[in-house]
Design a binder for this molecule. Structure first.
Ligand code: C2E
Ligand code: CA
Ligand code: CA
Ligand code: CA
Length: 272
C-alpha cells in the first residue's frame, strides 16, 4: 500500500532503517550499561525436594536502566548475543555471582551458584582460563559453581564444546544442561556430554498435571537422568500439586514461583 505518495519499497526501506537504528541504539545502551555497572543480578532459589531447604541460587541478569527501569533478558539478550556483547556481559555476571557466592559463604550460607553461559562465551578460546581466574580472584571455591548451558547450541558445537566442558569439570565446576528436552538433541548425545545436572524445562511441567502422557515424559526424564547418575532439577514449578508430583518421582531439586520469584541480593537473605 502506498503511503502519502511513497512507494512500497521506500516505506519498507524506512521501516528497516528504523529497526536497524533501534538495534544499534540498544547495542550502544547495553555496552554502556556493562561499562557503567547498570546490570544487576537477581537470584532464584533452588530447593532440595527432600529437605525443602534452599541449596542453590540461579543468577539471572537484569538491566537497570536509569530512565526506563528494569529490563528483562527477553528484551536485550538477542542483541547481546548477536552483537557479541554477551561475552563481556557474561564475564560481568560470572564475577558478580561468584562475589555474592563468596559473601554468602562468609556468612555461613553454603549455597551453589548457578550461572547461565551462552555458547558464544563457551566458545571463546580463553573461556576456561577466565572462569578459573574469576574463581581465584573472588576466592569462591569451584565446587559451588554450576554453569548452565542450553542443550541445543551445545550439540551444534559438539566437538569444540566437549573438551571445554571437560576442562571446566576438571577444575571442579559443575555443568548443567539447561532447558532439557526443548532441543532436537538425540538421546545418544546425553551419554557423551560431560555434565552433572539436567534442568527439565518448565514447558514439560506445565502440561504434566493435565495430561497423563506429559506426566509420563517428565517421569521418564527423571528416571533416565538418574540412570545416567545425573542430578535433576525441575524448573518452573508453580503449584503444590507439581511439587508433590516431582517428589513422588524422586526428582532432586525444584525451582519456580511456588518457592520464590527471582529476587535481588538483599532479599536473598530473607529466603535462605
Ligand atoms: P532460563 O535460564 O531458563 O531461566 C529461567 C527463567 O524462567 C527465568 O527468566 C526465570 O525468572 C523464569 N522462571 C523461574 N521460575 C518460573 C516459574 O515458576 N514460572 C515461570 N513462568 N517462569 C519462571 P528470566 O530471568 O527472564 O531469564 C530468561 C532467560 O534469559 C533465561 O532462561 C536464560 O536463558 C537467559 N539469561 C538470564 N540471565 C542470563 C545470563 O546472565 N547469561 C545468559 N547467557 N543468559 C541469561
Ligand atoms: Ca538457566
Ligand atoms: Ca532453563
Ligand atoms: Ca529458558
Amino acid at each position: 500500500a502506498k503511503r502519502k505518495g511513497k512507494s512500497c519499497y521506500q516505506w519498507f526501506q524506512e521501516r528497516f532503517e528504523q529497526q536497524m537504528l533501534a538495534r544499534l541504539y540498544m547495542e550502544k545502551g547495553l555496552r554502556e550499561a556493562i561499562a557503567n555497572n547498570h546490570l544487576v543480578l537477581h537470584y532464584q532459589p533452588i530447593v532440595d525436594l527432600v529437605t525443602g531447604t534452599a541449596v542453590g541460587l540461579e543468577a539471572l541478569v537484569r538491566w537497570q536502566h536509569p530512565e526506563r527501569g528494569l529490563a528483562f533478558p527477553d528484551q536485550f539478550m538477542s542483541v547481546a548475543e548477536e552483537s557479541g556483547l554477551i561475552v563481556d556481559m557474561g564475564q560481568w555476571v560470572l564475577r558478580a555471582a561468584c562475589q555474592f557466592g563468596k559473601e554468602l559463604l562468609d556468612n555461613g550460607k553454603e549455597l551453589n551458584l548457578a550461572v547461565n553461559v551462552s555458547v558464544k562465551e563457551l566458545l571463546q578460546a580463553d573461556f576456561v582460563d577466565q572462569v578459573a581466574l574469576v574463581l581465584s580472584e573472588t576466592a569462591f571455591p569451584s565446587r559451588y559453581l554450576e554453569l548452565e548451558i542450553v542443550e541445543t547450541l551445545l550439540i551444534e558445537n559438539f566437538s569444540v564444546a566437549i573438551p571445554k566442558l571437560r576442562a571446566l569439570r576438571s577444575i571442579g565446576v559443575q555443568i548443567s544442561l539447561d532447558d532439557f528436552g526443548t532441543g532436537y538433541s538425540s538421546l545418544h548425545y546425553l551419554t557423551e556430554l560431560p555434565i552433572d545436572i539436567i534442568k527439565i524445562d518448565r514447558s514439560f511441567l506445565a502440561g504434566a498435571m493435565e495430561s497423563n502422557k506429559q506426566a509420563a515424559i517428565v517421569e521418564t526424564m527423571v528416571a533416565l537422568a538418574h540412570r545416567l547418575q545425573l542430578t535433576v532439577v525441575a524448573e518452573g514449578v508453580e503449584t503444590e500439586e507439581q511439587r508433590q508430583f516431582l517428589k513422588q518421582l524422586c526428582c532432586d531439586k525444584v525451582q519456580g514461583y511456588l518457592i520464590s520469584k527471582p529476587v535481588d541480593q538483599a532479599k536473598v537473605y530473607e529466603l535462605i
